[in-house]
Design a protein around this ligand. Structure first.
Ligand code: PGA
Length: 244
């Protein structure tokens, strides 16, 4: 049993969009075995990056408790995130993981509507909106992933109250896992449009973030979502050190 979090995450000094407290999120997707999770944690712990911002890691569901235990034991400055949530309340929905299932774990963030969920699991904007509502109800901060073509439709599917509690992850699909990051100047233009449409919410960038381009994104938004270069604990710790 863990102390669960009841506060919604929100960065400091949002009003002037300062970037002194970035959000760095590691998305492991469905990578890793139990042993590999242990290796990652040892490597990250050895590097022990100090943070002024917020760093979160999103393992696959079976590893959440293991990672939560290790964070507590080693006193790591690391938050826990999930990669998805059920769009339904607890009940007869085989295979789904509801917020009630997670209620004894200190989950701070939920990555929702990732383009891989939309593409391979046919998730719709409305389903993502349902997940956002359930996350907020459970005190979990939704990180809503969007690309430019549907960011507005996704926002429209959310209630105005829900929008104000989201973090938006701008992830151009062609940049994800491709090694072809969108240059920060281009990303900045889209991020500006997203800001106009979504209002004063934190926006982070995702798509082939690495140690060469990380700082350029932190100049134009409030954090990054990293998958490929988060899979190695030492490499991810290096990114964290650079950013904070
Ligand atoms: P990548 O993936 O860092 O491997 O490009 C980003 C993501 O899927 O969020």
């Amino acid at each position: 049993m863990h102390d669960t979090l009841t506060r919604q995450w929100y960065p400091e000094a949002m009003s002037d969009h300062t970037f002194s407290t970035p959000l760095i999120v590691a998305n492991w997707k469905s990578h890793k075995t139990w042993d590999e999770v242990g290796e990652w944690l040892s490597a990250y712990q050895a590097a022990k990056p100090t943070t002024t911002g917020t760093v979160a890691v999103a393992p696959a569901f079976p590893f959440l408790e293991y990672v939560a235990d290790e964070i507590e034991e080693a006193d790591l400055d690391l938050q826990l995130a999930v990669q998805d949530l059920s769009p339904f309340p607890p009940g007869a929905y085989t295979g789904a993981v509801s917020t009630a299932n997670l209620s004894d774990l200190p989950i701070q963030f939920a990555i929702l509507g990732h383009s891989e969920r939309r593409r391979y699991f046919h998730e719709t904007n409305q389903e993502v909106a349902n997940k956002v509502d359930l996350a907020i109800e459970a005190g979990i901060t939704p990180i809503v992933c969007v690309d430019e073509p549907y960011q507005l439709a996704q926002r429209a599917a959310l209630s105005p109250q829900a929008v104000s509690k989201c973090v938006v992850a701008y992830e151009p699909v062609e940049a994800i896992g491709s090694g072809l990051p969108q240059p920060a100047e281009e990303a900045a233009k889209v991020i500006e449009r997203i800001r106009e449409d979504w209002g004063d919410v934190p926006i982070i960038y995702g798509g082939s973030v690495n140690e060469e381009n990380l700082l350029s994104y932190l100049k134009v938004c409030q954090g990054v979502l990293v998958a490929t270069h988060s899979l190695d604990g030492a490499e991810f710790a290096k990114l964290v050190k650079m950013a904070l």
